[in-house]
Design a protein around this ligand. Structure first.
Ligand code: C2E
Ligand code: MG
Ligand code: MG
Length: 519
């Protein structure tokens, strides 16, 4: 993932981190309060059923009681017994007696008007006939429910069936199992009742929350307006909001932290190593007298996922500091051999120079894998030059030991950037070296009257004294090349000849320049 998509991903995550806790807390508060409210409504439903079953049982026991008294004549004793029944049963308002399909007498007394017995709306499982809404002809009261058994009936005020204490926001209803509503409290919405009766358990409409409570034969419905029910939700949301905001802040902080780490140069370098994003470019090394190419220096480039190339000076110091350079060196050695083995085995005079970091110069760590890689391709060790800078000679004994091993194995050893460090002549003399690379700064000084210009000649002398081959780095002008050649420098490298280039370009260049002397 490149930098841009990492940042884009982090922004998306941060937005989610902000939105998620808030919406989860909203969702939890809402479901909690809906569940709590519906439990509450279900409780009211069960109380309604409890109250109504007390009233209905009372009415039925009154019916059985008056029937058991055995009267069927509307005599004074009969009417007294009916009155006594009304007195003894709180749920009933009136008792009546039908004779030959006409109301003969009630607990009020004999009936003189002709009042026909109405067919029942329905009959309960235990044989009680129910008229859901009749207007008492005798008392002229409000509509009541009539329960009939044999020839007697008792009238029950519907409000007794929903005799539950509720506040004004809640409405109740009692219906039979056929869906007929027998009694209501606080005028429940008819559409709501219709929906509630067709469902089981609890539910909601646009305006109401409701719960149904069923027992055999009966169903109670308790409903509440949503805005009232959600007062609890708002309370709970207010508790949860600060927690959700805190959580969102923590998550966003964590994302920013991870992003900063992920975008840190070191993290990027670690990913590049893991994804093997390093490639070699090859800069030709030329024989100055003939213009013949004798090989190349492998120079690392970091190819980013977007295709751009980062030069080594931007990441080698960090790679050395963090130790990642070891893995990078191993990858580059393997790459150089994989890319160049065919050309190297076709031309034993050709070489590839590889740069080693200070730590590897001291320990000689890459030598073993280098030997294995060369053996696998049947290449001579002499085809790989090793370049060491003076920074690698700080622990001179270790450097001497490991460079000695490398030289014994057959690798030509070059001292790179010569003249920029502080190595004494004595130290140089004691090191196993084959090649001295004059640093570009001394090549730049040629033909100028800077102090370094005189040093260039001395460096060439030192190389001669130490019996080292010389490669001059960074030659950009013909005049520099002429000077170096006339002072006995055999090899040169620089933009005058070619810049560092990818493998195929270099091989084409090499093909053109390998026999330049003969031409
Ligand atoms: P170096 O080993 O001294 O490599 C020579 C540097 O000089 C290269 O820069 C090369 O491109 C540049 N150069 C060559 N000719 C000219 C010229 O005519 N004019 C100018 N202006 N520059 C020229 P590069 O490739 O940027 O490498 C910089 C340094 O990074 C190298 O210096 C070397 O110390 C280090 N480096 C490069 N590749 C590796 C590697 O694979 N491993 C390690 N450990 N270090 C590497
Ligand atoms: Mg070098
Ligand atoms: Mg150099």
């Amino acid at each position: 993932m490149n930098r841009k998509s990492t940042i884009a991903g982090a922004v998306i995550l941060a937005v989610l981190a902000a939105v998620l806790p808030l919406s989860v807390s909203y969702y939890i508060s809402r479901t909690h309060s809906i569940e709590a409210e519906q439990r509450h409504l279900t409780e009211y439903g069960s109380w309604t059923i409890e109250r109504s079953s007390i009233a209905v049982s009372d009415a039925i026991s009154a019916l059985h009681e008056i029937d058991a008294a055995g009267f069927s004549d509307c005599s004074e004793q009969h009417i007294d017994a009916m009155r006594l029944t009304v007195m003894n049963h709180r749920a009933i308002e009136e008792v009546g007696f039908y004779k030959n399909g006409l109301l003969g007498c009630t607990s009020w007394g004999p009936v003189t008007k002709v009042i026909a017995q109405r067919p029942a709306d329905y009959q309960t499982a235990d044989g009680i006939r129910v008229n859901m809404r009749i207007h008492p002809a005798v008392s002229k009261g409000h509509p009541v429910i009539a329960f009939e058994y044999k020839n007697h009936n008792v009238l029950v005020d519907p409000s007794r069936l929903v005799d539950v204490l509720v506040d004004n926001n809640m409405s109740l209803a009692l219906a039979n199992d056929r869906g007929d509503v027998l009694a209501t409290l606080n005028n429940p919405d008819p559409a709501l009742l219709k929906k509630a009766l067709s469902t089981n358990g609890s539910g909601s409409t646009r305006d109401y929350l409701y719960a149904t409570y069923r027992v055999p034969g009966w169903v109670a419905i308790a409903a509440e307006r949503q805005d009232y029910a959600f007062a609890g939700f708002r309370r709970q949301r207010n508790y949860m909001l600060p927690i959700a905001i805190l959580l969102a802040c923590i998550m966003i902080a964590a994302i920013v932290l991870v992003l900063r780490r992920r975008l840190s140069p070191l993290a990027e370098l670690e990913i590049a190593v893991r994804k093997r994003e390093f490639i070699n470019h090859y800069q030709p090394i030329m024989e100055l007298a003939t213009g013949r190419c004798i090989g190349a220096e492998a120079l690392v480039r970091w190819r980013r996922p977007d295709g751009s190339l980062t030069p080594p000076n931007f990441f080698i110091p960090l790679a050395e500091e963090s130790g990642l350079i070891r893995e990078i060196t191993d990858q580059l050695i393997q790459l150089a051999i994989d890319e160049m083995h065919a050309a190297l085995s076709a031309d034993p005079e050709m070489h590839i120079a590889i740069n080693l970091c200070a730590a590897d110069i001291e320990t000689g760590r890459p030598l073993e894998s280098l030997a294995l890689a060369l053996a696998a391709r049947r290449l001579p060790t002499s085809s790989i030059w090793l370049e060491a800078t003076e920074r690698g000679f700080i622990h001179a004994d270790e450097a001497r030991e490991s460079l000695g091993r490398a030289q014994k194995a057959g690798h030509p050893i070059a001292i790179d950037d010569f003249g920029t460090g502080y190595s004494s002549l004595g130290l140089l003399h004691s090191l196993p070296l084959d090649v001295l690379k004059i640093d570009k700064s001394f090549v730049d000084a040629i033909g100028t009257d800077s102090a370094s210009s005189t040093v260039t000649g001395h460096i060439i002398d030192i190389a001669r004294q130490l019996d080292l081959e010389v490669v001059a780095e960074g030659i950009e002008q013909q005049q520099q090349a002429d000077y170096l050649r006339s002072h006995g420098v055999r090899y040169g490298q620089g933009w005058l000849f070619a810049k560092a280039m990818p493998r195929d370009e270099f091989l084409a260049f090499y093909g053109k320049h390998r026999r330049a002397s003969a031409a």
